[in-house]
Design a protein around this ligand. Sequence first.
Ligand code: BGC
Length: 586
Amino acid sequence: MKMPGMGGMTIYFDQYNPNSEKGTDVRRSLAGLDYSPLPRVTGRSFAMAMLVSMGGLIFGYDTGQIAGFLEMPDFLRRFGQDDGNGQYSFSNVRSGLIVALLSIGTLVGALVAAPVADKMGRKLSISLWCLICAVGFLIQIAANTAWEQVMIGRLVAGFGVGALSLLVPMYQAETAPPWIRGALVCTYQLFITLGIFLSACFNYGTYIHQRQSSASWRIVIGVGWAYLIILGVGILFFAETPRFAYSRGRHDEAKKTLCNVYGAPPNHYSIVVQMEEIEAKVVAESKVKGGPISEIVSMFRAPRVAYRVALGMSLQMFQQLTGANYFFYYGTTIFESVAISSFVTQVILNGINFGVTFIGLYLVEHYGRRKSLIAGSIWMVICFLVFASVGHFSLDQETPANTPGAGVGLIVFACLFILGYATTWGPQVWALISELFPNRYRAKGMALSTAANWLWNFLIAFFTPFITGAIDFRYGYVFAACNCIGGLIVYFFLIEGQGRTLEEIDTMYLEHVPARKSSKWVAPSAEEMAKLRREAGTDETVMAHDDVEQRGALSGETERGADGIDKKTEQPGRNESSSHAENVIR
Ligand code: BGC
């Protein structure tokens, strides 16, 4: 993307400068501020990006490791059931519970994390949840032969993973400058996939070198402590988020943190505008009467918001129903049955998942959401149809060695499937739900959509062993059908957001623009859009500032696209973010 306002590593503010000839989006009252260019990345913001990465890594590492454990001889001997002939295996209930309890934990952790963080502060609660996660690992590592202990350990670790999956992005969304927020969304998703990949590598390593000992799985879990220490201790060296400090009346501290992270002086335009926005949000929240329940009721009554919540939840549900976690959670077991080194296969699948996510992050900005998601659905349908047919009709399931060609075919189509998933539905659904909701309801809308993701994550993790037990590889037809439905939902209901500001996306939903024609929609003037959105009550900053019309800057004009860039002018935006993490701002 061409960015005239952003010279590579430098961010320019001339567009907002009333004293500059290039000023097109100016506020006269701010003429006395500093508009000098800023570095895109400062030491502090880089350190924060690393921190975010750690959150993603823990998420991915924990969800990824279980696939390999289920096939490790020592893990099977200790926690599986004796078949009577010296062979050990897991019943469907047992493996389903061991795999899925982490997802239940994450669901709970994510729901309680926000209120806890509002009380304790972001920083300390991140450390607290790291500790809880570490306890979860300890419970698992200490398990000797009781499978229930592994299950409880995963549940406890899940509380931490779920809470961190919400809090770490929350921390960065509340602190990072708008011009790197988009990159941070991407970094987070990328590190989830890197975490899954690393767990597959560690599983492979310990399987090769420690196959018969408990080190095979204990080392893999234990390595997770290193990530927790880096994050849990590292965060203590960072400041509290400006938004949290501000809400506690510590205004100077909030400003100082912004200056440090942005690399800007206190009278810099970016700092003053950011402080205004923080203030607007905090004031708007304090004006909301009647507590969270009435806010939720008003959310469902607000024009076209229920529609968007249903859409966000469906997109997340169908992201899970693409079937990706069938491979990530049970891949080792699937490929064990085709007598090919299943651990190596898992490393390959996860390596592809990580590598091609880069392509997905490019596609989302360059080819539009609708086109790439629909193309992804068609691709995944084809892959699952072939996978299921080869598995059911060509593979000799009793003695897979008799049909080596079919085994290779399964692996090839699993890889092709992951190529489709990781370039489209994997990363893009997270980006989509960050731009679907209007400012005022974004946090709640995203939380509900994310909860749908975890709920379906749990259901698939739990029921997969039962379903494959009953219908073997024909399970792939179920996912093929789900991918069809997912593609149709995008075709009929999802509005194209590529190249649009968040304000335009909101307006398109309010105006009932048909999804299929949304790419060609021509936006009305900024004033008309602001009026429409004010009447609909979807912009919370309007509630905070009565002088919003004269000030202009806080109505709709402040909202930018998911990468923090104003899509029309391609200048750095001043929006209160729109990242993966946005769910948590309030
Ligand atoms: C999904 C996870 C999945 C991962 C795989 C994420 O976007 O939400 O459930 O395991 O992608 O890369």
